[in-house]
Design a protein around this ligand. Structure first.
Ligand SMILES: NC(=O)c1ccc[n+]([C@@H]2O[C@H](COP(=O)([O-])OP(=O)(O)OC[C@H]3O[C@@H](n4cnc5c(N)ncnc54)[C@H](OP(=O)(O)O)[C@@H]3O)[C@@H](O)[C@H]2O)c1
Length: 335
């Protein structure tokens, strides 16, 4: 499986390191011998080597600040879009920035990948949230597939549980904690910290961005809710269709009132065939989601045959997200 990786930051480099470190296991267990033939960034250059890039040299060049310093034979003059279109490759991995306004430029990378006969695997949520139907249609026309497990709860198999594990059940709703940063902040507030101190703590630990708006205002969770609605119910929601409220307005008094009633605040994303929302909700402690702590994510599927099924696990991070991409590649291999 020859891979082109678009976006070589936390996730892209994590995937490269994972493929290097697990090479023997993947070959032995799955007969899977992936080869990275192309890598693109926005500002650190691109590389293309049809016979494969050396992962140690690739990571060393990236760590030095520029892929142009890669020690080995490779073309260095392609822009990301040309790389996707012209590379001889089997799979394009989209791991550049998520853009929920236009999904660009990643959406063009995705179109080019499918039109030139490559499978598409995404960590980037933008094209999945905004254009999944188009991508599925393009994939079908070109006899290829689109996978995006890593976009919701990283490598914790939220989508595969619904699509494969619960096959045969009707899912009537999904409710989840889909943003680890806000879950961490709410937990710290439950422990007595003020919102600003809990946010600063999350930033110090690397959970929250310097600009935390997408997390604390609920938009990151909303993007994932859109992906879930489309995947579970084939409902094409947009961000404007969702009721979205973040955690900024929650006060220590709110936290105390919930605790006194035996409840806990959680930022809950909910989708059903009739729509969706992202809202802070007071949950009773008996609800499995109420007991999900730290930066962990969780999702409860309401099903007809199994009642509620809850999955808990990491929802972000370099290795868990790379693991989600790897699971999609293995699933492509097996199909
Ligand atoms: N990190 C996580 O835990 C996680 C979890 C699930 C999903 N995701 C998604 O995975 C994607 C990657 O996340 P990340 O944490 O790895 O981000 P990151 O560390 O900021 O890396 C992003 C990479 O994309 C590159 N890039 C940006 N625009 C590009 C363009 N137009 N063409 C080619 N490359 C471009 C950047 O290039 P430069 O190096 O030149 O800036 C950088 O290499 C995002 O869409 C994110 O939402 C991340």
């Amino acid at each position: 499986m020859r891979l082109v990786i678009i976006g070589f930051g936390t996730v892209g480099t994590g995937l490269a390191a994972l493929l290097r470190d697990r090479a023997a296991y993947l070959a032995g267990r799955y007969d899977f011998t992936p080869q990275i033939v192309g890598v693109a960034t926005r500002s650190r250059g691109t590389l293309y080597a049809p016979d494969g890039l050396d992962i140690d040299a690739l990571l060393a060049a990236h760590q030095g600040g520029s892929l142009r310093d890669y020690q080995g034979a490779a073309s260095r003059d392609l822009d990301p879009l040309r790389l996707v279109g012209e590379a001889e490759a089997d799979v394009v991995i989209e791991a550049s920035h998520s853009n929920f306004d236009t999904a660009q430029p990643a959406l063009d990378h995705c179109r080019a990948a499918l039109r030139t006969g490559k499978h598409l695997v995404l960590a980037n949520k933008g094209p999945v949230a905004l254009a999944l139907t188009e991508l599925h249609n393009l994939a079908r026309e070109n006899g290829r597939q689109v996978r995006y497990e890593a976009t919701v709860m990283a490598g914790t198999p939220a989508l595969r549980l619904a699509e494969v594990g619960l096959a045969g059940c009707t899912i009537s709703a999904a409710r989840g904690i889909l943003n680890g940063t806000t879950n961490y902040i709410l937990e710290q507030m439950t422990g007595g910290l003020a919102y600003a101190d809990a946010l600063a703590d999350a930033q110090r630990l690397g959970y929250a961005e310097a600009d935390p708006a997408a997390d604390v205002e609920g938009w990151d969770a909303a993007g994932k809710a859109i992906i879930l609605a489309r995947t579970l119910f084939d409902v094409p929601l947009t961000l404007a269709d969702l009721q979205v409220k973040g955690i900024i307005a929650i006060t220590p008094a709110d936290i105390e009132a919930a605790a006194a009633a035996g409840e806990r605040w959680k930022l809950i994303a909910e989708v059903s065939p009739s729509g969706g929302s992202v809202m802070p909700v007071r949950l009773p402690l008996a609800d499995p989601l109420a007991n999900v702590g730290g930066a962990i994510n969780a999702i409860t599927y309401r099903t007809d045959l199994m009642a509620d099924v809850t999955l808990i696990g990491p929802g972000a991070g370099q290795v868990p997200t790379a693991a989600g991409l790897l699971s999609d590649m293995l699933s492509l291999l097996q199909s």
